[in-house]
Design a protein around this ligand. Sequence first.
Ligand SMILES: C[S@@+](CC[C@H](N)C(=O)[O-])C[C@H]1O[C@@H](n2cnc3c(N)ncnc32)[C@H](O)[C@@H]1O
Length: 270
Amino acid sequence: MADGLPTEIDLSRPSAARVYDYFLGGAHNFEIDRQLAEQIASMTPNLAATMRAGREFLRRAVRALLDAGIDQFLDIGSGIPTVGNVHEVAQAANPKARVVYVDIDPVAVAHSRELLAGNDLTGVIHADLRQPEAILAASRSMGLLDLDRPVGILLAGVVHFVPDADRPADLLATLRAAAAPGSFLVVSHSTFEDQPQEMLDAQRLSARTATEITLRSRAEITGFFGDWTILEPGVVHMPLWRPDSPSDVDAHPERFGAFGGVARYDQPAG
Ligand SMILES: C[S@@+](CC[C@H](N)C(=O)[O-])C[C@H]1O[C@@H](n2cnc3c(N)ncnc32)[C@H](O)[C@@H]1O
């Protein structure tokens, strides 16, 4: 690492994690990321708002899992843990909550390690969602998560970076199979459903990052939960998932372009 950054970062291409950080008002991004972010923002103001709405959905979902007694979280595609991230929400409610962050982006991983130094109940893994066994093995060997107990698996705004050719449903099935009964799965995912053309065009710009986005239908996204029990209100446009206040939802919750849902693994009877 030089200047606190890993040597393998590619500064010739924008990175999804750093573009996302820029939209969230973070400082962990470069000129090449800001240029793409500004171009996306000029095409549609909704995309920046989508990213913030995504973070809000994730916080509400994590709180719901904490209320259900979950005290350990595997957050895959965690990005750069800016203010109000999963460990802050979780450890504010339960100081003993454990969080393992996983991201493919070396900059996100390096900043996460820096931000979390000294927090013994959090860990960071540099890994690819497309290799779920490696993620599970690394989180086991880290000793932070006990997968024989219920865990919250968080996949917020990440599965749309996995193209169909990489069989995302199979990847999620592998993660679900490793979880104990009583575990929860949180997914938010970009969609083409109910979207105006400019949103679809802006999403297409993601092809310039190393991680292109695949927009999916509500039915496909619902399929990622497998046979787990989907909690109320179902797989819905993100602001509609248990809003803190009805006034947080306006007339166009679809404008954020992503569905969110939460499911629980109920032990099969008999
Ligand atoms: C839009 S951000 C979401 C951040 C965070 N989960 C949230 O909701 O606030 C997506 C993150 O997924 C990461 N990512 C993309 N493809 C991935 C993959 N195959 N494996 C692991 N992480 C991935 C990106 O590097 C980025 O940090």
